[in-house]
Design a protein around this ligand. Structure first.
Ligand SMILES: [Fe+2]
Length: 244
């Protein structure tokens, strides 16, 4: 076991939660909405552009951040020049508007993934989009995504690269997401990531404002993804609807 994995070992909660016998009900905090997505073009493009990582380190370098072991590429984010110009960064956590960053143009392979997701979930507004990388043994420490931005948008993860052992906990649930899958997850729950695998965990995070977001959080709902990509949530008859 390498040193970084040894350092991650004390975080036993996420290990224990992987026991399948602990969960007998459908997951509430994660929803897989797609699989088999062709993420290889974007991964190949990333291999040719190592310079794009960590040009923006607000998320990863601020003291106390849970993302200190992460590398980021911002495709879309809040207008940080505005924050720097005004000297007031507080709006970053309240403002819903994101702008394109240069990497969005430099990685056009991300566009079909992002806009395919938007179409699949009936997205009405596109928020932050960033590619994030957690090395083997890395840990994103427990936290809750706060602020009105997190409440306004639904958060999706497009898995660009993952090996067995890359574990994602939200609340009392843990999933091992696979390359090419897309998940919605409830980032209002306390969550953490432990990459107990032998490879980088690379995710494309996409924030989407959806037409009817609240139903996805319904604890009693079961979810069905139809073959044509429309997203149905089975609740009471009066609440049934298509969210595509
Ligand atoms: Fe988070």
């Amino acid at each position: 076991m390498n040193q970084s994995l040894t350092q991650a070992a004390p975080h036993l909660q996420i290990e224990a939660l992987l026991n399948p016998h602990l969960k007998v009900s459908p997951m509430k905090n994660f929803l897989k909405i797609a699989e088999g997505c062709d993420v290889m073009p974007l991964m190949c493009a990333l291999a040719y552009r190592p310079d794009l990582w960590n040009q923006n380190t607000l998320r990863t370098a601020i003291p106390g951040t849970p993302h200190s072991q992460v590398s980021d590429i911002w495709l879309r984010f809040n207008d940080m020049e505005r924050a720097n110009r005004t000297g007031d960064a507080s709006y970053v956590f309240d403002e819903h508007e994101s702008i394109d960053y240069p990497a969005f143009g430099q990685l056009p392979q991300a566009r079909p993934l992002i806009f395919g997701l938007m179409a699949r979930v009936g997205g009405e507004r596109l928020g932050r989009c960033l590619i994030t990388k957690l090395p083997p043994g890395g840990h994103i420490t427990p936290h809750v995504d706060g602020g009105s931005h997190a409440a306004y948008y639904e958060r999706f993860h497009i898995v660009l690269n993952a090996k067995a052992g890359s574990r994602f906990r939200a609340g009392d649930e843990v999933v091992e997401m696979k390359t090419g899958e897309i998940y919605w997850f409830d980032n209002s729950q306390e969550h953490e990531v432990l990459n107990a695998s032998s490879d980088d965990r690379v995710h494309l995070i996409v924030d989407v404002r959806c037409k009817t977001p609240a139903v996805a959080r319904s604890a009693e709902s079961s979810h069905v993804i139809t073959p044509d990509g429309l997203w149905w949530v089975e609740t009471s008859p009066a609440e049934q609807g298509c969210h595509g």
